[in-house]
Write a protein that binds this ligand. Structure first.
Ligand SMILES: *Cc1c(COP(=O)(O)O)cnc(C)c1O
Length: 378
């Protein structure tokens, strides 16, 4: 039985060729031409004026928050069901994260619960598109406009996705991407901040590069980081970006096949195929076990592991993170939808290198496991 990894990227385009060019020319640092090329191409792709590459998607959020001037005394609204990077960036900046529960079907932030959480201290809303389906942005953009809030759009899982035909990553004041190997396009490690605002772009570029000053390089007015992105990473990125449409189409057909194979299993909830504003691009193919089943995601994942099938649990909600509870954050917060997703959701192998035969084996094995567990109950 061959193992089926939870994620394996596809690197069989021009990656090697462009990497060789870096090595042959000696341009391997952040100063190389591929870096500029990748920044420009990503910006064009999501119709932003400026793209600022950084070393991963987590620090892209830190740069975005800091560039917007968010800090002590400010509150930032975000979904509770997301990756730690989102809340960590807010907390590290000295601001307070305010979490919102998610929608049962889309797994994205429940837009109807945002307005009630706005206070005089609210500075921004961090929009995070989850697992392949974008957040319903229009109501959030309206709220932001009404209350004068900034929008940070975390599009780390949304390469090539659109919201009403407009690219994800083009919304709000500033947006971020990640190029980790499980994303739709990868550079190994990598990230980007995008904006249309020249001053914000300048600030991001400076923060990424230790806030060196052009005139007096070693005199610093502000504290930055070395979050630079190398030409080697960018070379891979340029090659990957050439294939983004192909990759998105492949993910969509993988998602469609999983759905066809699993749709008749009543005890599991599958990802929503589409909404009014978008068609799922299945960053990962998630499944949620119904509450009637007497076991949780952990047990099913362990059973799948016996068949050498790799899986990952869903995100664990921010308000339930021990690290934040120890800081005294989120006392008394309850988000029942997110709490349930975190316990009953997990995702199946979803990497771009996955074959149809592998998807069939995964679906068949999952079906058998659920049927066996059911029989035990009878
Ligand atoms: C992957 C991801 C990140 C973090 O990106 P890294 O490059 O792994 O640091 C941030 N936000 C979301 C929504 C992600 O999926």
């Amino acid at each position: 039985m061959q193992p089926i990894p939870v994620n394996e990227p596809l690197l069989d385009g021009n990656e090697k060729k462009y990497l060789s060019q870096c090595i042959d020319t000696g341009w391997i640092s952040s100063e190389g031409d591929f870096v500029k090329q990748f920044e420009t191409q990503m910006a064009n792709r999501v119709r932003r004026k400026y793209g600022i590459s950084v070393c991963n998607g987590s620090v892209a959020l830190e740069v975005a928050i800091t560039a917007l001037g968010i800090g002590q005394g400010d509150e930032v609204i975000l979904p509770t069901f997301t990756i730690i990077s989102c809340a960590a960036a807010i907390v590290r900046a000295g601001a307070t994260p305010v979490v919102i529960d998610c929608d049962r079907l889309t797994w994205n932030i429940n837009v109807n619960q945002i307005q009630a959480k706005i206070t005089a201290k609210t500075k921004a809303i961090m929009v995070v598109h989850i697992y392949g389906l974008p957040v319903d942005l229009n109501p959030i953009l309206e709220i932001a406009d009404k209350y004068g809030l900034k929008i940070i759009e975390d599009a780390a899982e949304m390469h090539g996705q659109t919201y009403y035909n407009k690219p994800c990553g083009s919304f709000g004041d500033i947006s971020t991407f990640s190029f980790y190997p499980n994303k739709h396009i990868t550079t190994g490690e990598g990230g980007m901040v995008l904006t249309n605002d020249e001053k914000l772009a300048e600030k991001c570029r400076s923060l990424r590069n230790l806030c060196f000053q052009p005139q007096q390089r070693f005199i610093h007015e502000d504290l930055g980081w070395n979050f630079r992105f190398s030409n080697l990473q960018a070379a891979v990125g340029v090659a990957q970006l050439e294939r983004l449409d192909e990759f998105v189409a492949k993910k969509r057909s993988m998602g469609k096949l999983y759905t066809e194979l699993l749709a008749d299993i009543a005890q599991i909830q599958l990802p929503l195929a589409k909404t009014d504003y978008a068609e799922n691009i299945y960053w990962v193919y998630g499944v949620v076990l119904s509450e009637e089943l007497p076991f949780d995601a952990k047990e099913v994942m362990e059973r799948l592991k016996e068949y050498k099938i790799g899986t990952r649990p869903f995100f664990w909600c921010m308000h339930e993170q021990p690290v934040f509870q120890k800081m005294g954050l989120f006392a008394g917060v309850s988000c029942p939808v997110g709490e349930n997703l975190a316990r009953r959701g997990f995702y199946l192998p979803s990497g771009l290198a996955l074959t149809e035969e592998q998807i069939q084996r995964v679906a068949q094995t999952l079906r058998e496991i659920i049927e066996q567990e059911e029989q035990k109950l009878c």
